[in-house]
Design a protein around this ligand. Sequence first.
Ligand code: ADP
Length: 247
Amino acid sequence: MSTGQSILEVHDVSVSFDKFKALDHLNFSMLEGELRVVIGPNGAGKTTLLDVISGRTRADSGQIRFNGQDITRMADFQIVRRGIGRKFQAPSVFPDLSVSENLALAARRKRGVLAALFQRRDPEETRRINEVLELIDLGRLRDQRAGSLAHGQKQWLEIGMVLVSRPRLMLIDEPIAGMTASEVARTAGLLRQLLGFCSVLVIEHDMNFVREIADRVSVFHQGALLTEGSFDRVRADDRVRAVYLGT
Ligand code: ADP
């Protein structure tokens, strides 16, 4: 549930690639404890939003505040330390390590590569890994090679790998791409369960899925926020229809 407190504020942010404005004076904000979905046609700036929040792309102008702190000029690893985790679409699990080894490495990544490789597991870390294994439904596969998991299971493991580093906000790019119907259903449940741990910002195209998971939906168009609100309100908005129909 949302606490009503603002966690993320993107204020008047612009990002250009050559002459193309991927984000054009964008204003966007999120409340702590909500699951927000960003939708919009291709090229609307959705991925650039996640890139600029996570420090992968630099804003040309404007300001980004997270949890009251200005993160606009921070490097990506500093932003991770402040509590923003990101799950990319492309898989990044270590295929030859077990499920739980992947989680252990991810839990230590925040402390640096050397710590990740040499540190012993402490009881708090073990507790957290077990909790995450239950949540992502991979407890019984904890000793299995990550490379042998099904596509959906790998995606859940990746979400788990972000979660063990205890983010306050998780960014997720197209979580159900390539999934079977039953994997999609399980993922909807998982994303809602994440709210017990952090706020969640998702980019998604599948409108049935958006309806199922979103507290609020933000519609992007040409690098700016067109409108936002509940799924039903946004769906009924003529401007949103026009954007999707290209009229
Ligand atoms: P969306 O995720 O909504 O489809 P993007 O944020 O990926 O939109 O992209 C917005 C526009 O910015 C696109 O037209 C894309 O071609 C362009 N763009 C995104 N990233 C880069 C980049 N690194 N270099 C050049 N152009 C980019």
